[in-house]
Every structure is written in C-alpha cells, then in structure tokens.
Design a protein around this ligand. Structure first.
Ligand SMILES: *Cc1c(COP(=O)(O)O)cnc(C)c1O
Length: 383
C-alpha cells in the first residue's frame, strides 16, 4: 500500500472485499437477473473508479451514479458498461449525457423530449430508464400514469426506453404492508406499459435489502449499493449474508503530552485531565474529513489493539484522545503512546474492531452516511 506522503491520515479500501461482496450479490441475482452496481457519491466514499474495476472483476453488469459528473468520470476511466443516472438532471446536461452514453432516469416529458431532440440532432438514439413512483414520493411518474407518460414521449425517434424501475422505501422491513403495496403498484405500472404495446426494457426495483430479502422482485436486474462495500443496510439482512467491510480509517499520532491535572483539552475545554500520568495525543483527522463533531467525547479509537477514549471537541482537522499511563495502576495501553503510532478510527487493530455501524449508532444515523462522509477529504489507499 502506498501511504500518503503529506498527511498522517488516510482511508484504506480493500478492493478484494469489494470484489468478494460483488460476487456474492452476483450469485444472488443469477441466473435470471443482472447486477447493477451503485457507485454514486464516489462509491459511498470508497472511490468510484477503483471500485467499479473491482466490481467488474466480481461480475458487475452495469453501474449507477447520481450525478452527470459521476457518470463522466467512469467513462473517462474507460468503463464501457451501461451507466444509469438515478435521477433526472437539468435539461442543460443532455448533450453530455448523449456524448457519454449515460442513461438518465426520466420522469418529465420536457426533459425526455429535450434528450430525444439532442440525440436525434447528433444522429444518435438516447437510451433512458423510466422512473416510477410507487409510493416513496421521491422521483418518478406516478405508477398509474406510467403508460400515459410513455405515450407522450414514445413517438420520438431519438429516444429508446432501456429500462423501467422504482425504488422501495421499506425493503428492509420484514412483512411490511407498504412494501407489498409498492410491489403491487410497480407490477401494475409494468403491465400497463406492456399492455399498451410498449417495451419496458430491463425491469428493476431491488436495492441491497430488496436483493437479499425479496428475490421475488429481482425481475431483470438488481441495484445494489451498500452491500457491495461490505455494510449491512439493516439488522434484518445481517443473518442472511456475510459481507466483508471494505473501508478502514486510520491516522498517526502527531503529538503526545502528559499535562497537569486540570488542564483542559480542545475548544471549550470540555475535557479536563482528571488524574496524573494521563497522556493526551493528537490525531490529524477532523469533521472536515467526515468525523462528525457530534462524536466529541463519545467515541473511542484503537491504538496497538487497545481502546482509548477520544476527549475534547473534535476540531475541523484534528482530534485528541487520552490514555492513562499511571505506573501504579495497570498500564493502559501496554506502553505509552508515542509520536507516529497508528490510530484506527474505523477498522480492526489486534483483536479489537470499531465498525461503521458503531459510529452510525453514536451519531444517530446510518452507516451509509458515515462511509460517505469519510470520502470527503481523506486520501484513499487501496489494497
Ligand atoms: C442508492 C440507490 C440504490 C442502492 O441502494 P443500497 O441500499 O445502497 O443498495 C438503488 N437504487 C436507487 C434508486 C438508489 O438511489
């Protein structure tokens, strides 16, 4: 691994884990459905291009992104598989979409026709996926209006429907009534389009929890995101599949002091050294790196396989942790912390482990947000 030269903080991404997780999802989809790998938000903070390559090695058929720029980045890196943009971008981006062969989700006639016009003027046909709102109320045409909408745009020679999809709001909740409702509405939308004599292209709706818990709606393709990075979308999927987390977050100690009792630490001096022989060590990672300030005085880090309490408010670019090295008590950790020691913020060290889920729970959020946040500024190293 090539560690960053200019900063003692980094994210490690295990591409072997990404490949392994992708293989698991591919196996779940087979033999009938394709696997679309969701690499939006820079692959949930893991690095889109590197992850896309690992996913291809694991059997990925297609990719999905959230912004036009994310799609262009994959094309520039030489990715040739179909790329779906998961929402409708501004009309001004249609040329970029056509030129880069990126399929947008479509749900307004205005956008669809602008896309078709642009493609036709370039002598091309723009492929798109129809987004259907079956109850999440985020994007898409209302399920009951899918066929009507297709009639409005289908005449255009510059357009081709390559897919029809919806997104579930509660795919992770076992036995959920709303999920059943969305399933039924989606089936209705697909049927109505077909009965009106039009092609739906690839039909797809399952995200990670859907792929794991609801094989009955794999249809032609599954769209997996979080699971490919080795994270569980919910407790309900945990017993069903054994995933390998791909991301660890580490740094090195940049300063160690042993202040007098009563000395304050960090903005607001929210922590004061309680006992003699307490080391306070500084780590160059802060909330601008995605380490939320709400974790201040609540999280732990691993140093030499032992847990240490983070103390004081987390700053923009640094935080501190404390270690008691009172020689009259048990040593903790087994030797004092030194300048340059590796600190694990998320990941394994010795027998100990801090997970994205631990951090999500402390932050009162989900592992998705935690992992995206670590993609903000930290340099990544790949293994
Ligand atoms: C993000 C996203 C996914 C992937 O969801 P995961 O829960 O990460 O698998 C699938 N489909 C759509 C439309 C999305 O926005």
């Amino acid at each position: 691994m090539e560690y960053p030269k200019n900063r003692w903080a980094w994210v490690e991404v295990d591409l072997g884990a990404v490949r392994r997780n992708t293989r698991l999802f591919k196996a779940m989809c087979e033999p009938d459905a394709q696997l679309m790998c969701v690499v939006k938000a820079d692959a949930y903070g893991h690095g889109a291009v590197e992850c896309a390559r690992a996913m291809l090695a694991g059997g990925a058929d297609q990719f999905a992104v959230s912004t036009v720029d994310e799609g262009v980045e994959l094309r520039r890196a030489g990715v040739e598989q179909p790329i779906l943009l998961l929402s409708e971008p501004p009309v001004d981006s249609v040329r970029t979409l056509v030129r880069n062969d990126i399929m947008p989700a479509v749900y307004t006639a205005e956008f669809a026709l602008a896309l078709g016009e642009c493609a036709a003027s370039m002598g091309r046909v723009a492929r798109y996926h129809l987004a259907v709102d079956t109850g999440m109320t985020r994007i898409g045409v209302r399920w009951s209006e899918a066929a009507l909408f297709r009639h409005e745009i289908d005449f255009h020679r510059g357009l081709e429907c390559a897919g029809t999809f919806t997104h579930f709001a509660t795919a992770d909740v076992p036995g959920d009534w709303d999920f059943e409702m969305q399933k039924k509405r989606f089936a209705e939308a697909v049927r109505s389009v077909r009965e009106a004599g039009m092609e739906c292209g690839l039909v797809h709706c399952d995200n990670t929890p859907g792929t794991i818990l609801h094989p009955e709606v794999h249809y032609d393709m599954c769209r997996a995101g979080i699971g490919l990075y080795g994270l569980q979308p919910a407790d309900s999927t945990r017993p069903k599949v054994d995933l390998t987390p791909a991301m660890s977050v580490r740094a090195r100690v940049t300063r160690v002091v042993e202040p007098e009792v009563g000395t304050g630490v960090g903005y607001g001096l929210t922590y004061r050294v309680p006992r003699p022989h307490t080391q306070v060590a500084t780590v160059p990672v802060g909330y601008a790196d995605g380490l939320s300030r709400t974790l201040s005085n609540r999280m732990e880090v691993l140093v030499r396989g032992e847990r240490c309490r983070q103390v004081g408010r987390i700053c923009m670019d640094q935080f501190m942790f404390a270690v008691e090295v009172n020689p009259t008590r048990a040593f903790r950790p087994s030797r004092p912390v030194e300048y340059g020691d590796v600190v694990t913020i998320v990941g394994e060290d010795g027998g100990e482990r801090i997970t994205m889920d631990d951090m999500a729970e402390l932050r009162d959020t989900i592992n998705y947000e935690v992992t995206c946040d670590f993609g903000l500024r930290l340099q990544r190293v790949y293994a």
